[in-house]
Design a protein around this ligand. Sequence first.
Ligand code: SAH
Length: 334
Amino acid sequence: MLSKDEIIDILTDESKTEWLFSLADKVRKDNVGDEVHLRGLIEFSNICKQQCKYCGLRSPNKQIERYRLSEDEIIGCAENAINLGYKTLVLQSGEDDYYTVDKMVTIISEIKKYNVALTLSLGEKSYEEYKAYKEAGADRYLIRIETANKNLYRKMHPNMDYNNRIRCLKDLRELGYEVGTGCLVGLPEQTIEDLANDIIFFKEIEADMIGIGPLITHPQTPLKDEHNGSFWLALKVMALTRIMLPDINIPATTAMETLNPNGRLIALQSGANVVMPNVTATEYRPKYEIYPNKICINDNPDKCRGCISGKIMSIGRKVADTDGQSKHYSKNIK
Ligand code: SAH
């Protein structure tokens, strides 16, 4: 295990970069193997009541065309993905109160009639809501802390509370979910020490999955004049996370591919073992614009699965045919 000073040193010292990526690749291979798990991502609503400063879906953004899928459309999208071979689906949205507990419970239980693992990424909810989703069959939940620096968190999330984000993570753990979190790399004023603290935070809360991506500035947000995050720095944070948390699941994130045309393959060779291809219908893809220039917005679910599978095989890895439960979860938590 690395100390905070060692993490900072590795993040700063350019001469250690290659060593870091190959060590993370080895730790990945030794602990979670060569299989890559595909998660079918359904972006079912871009309506959001929050105002995260970096995100294009923030409620004050009036230029974006909003959409929400009906319950039947979400279930149909899930069935399509299941027919394509997905063993895990992820339902993601803005914080949209249209989807009451009753509606979510119906969607979850309908999807869970099929033999798939179900991950939710709906933002901050109450303990009771998380409990109802779990009882309906949801297996996993993703909610990034975004940054473990409380001051920076406050600046980036007007009207939100860092402690509530932590409460969410604790509730999800207590309810028996496989818990995923993660951070953005390249937020304004974020330091290397902040990133080291993020990695230590992931370790402390014993996360089962960690998603890390560079900030990509959106023109219709208050961060429009800031710089994008660095692909390579995000990759280093991801590689260090693999070394610190050897048996978790780590996605090669879409934001990485947005900044580098080979971003996901490079990430898979630097510690990642998961990819989350989009399975949302083509017509909605451009509207889920959390950041600009998202990849694959003109593609369809079938094409995305074929494309990423080919890429995975091209680097000598294989696409898993299981639901890819986090080894960290099955060993320690379950
Ligand atoms: N409403 C859900 C899902 C948010 S979208 C929730 O609150 O968890 C999923 C992730 O996209 C966010 O956690 C955030 O880290 C990332 N994201 C949002 N805007 C971004 C941007 N401009 N650049 C890069 N990633 C972004």
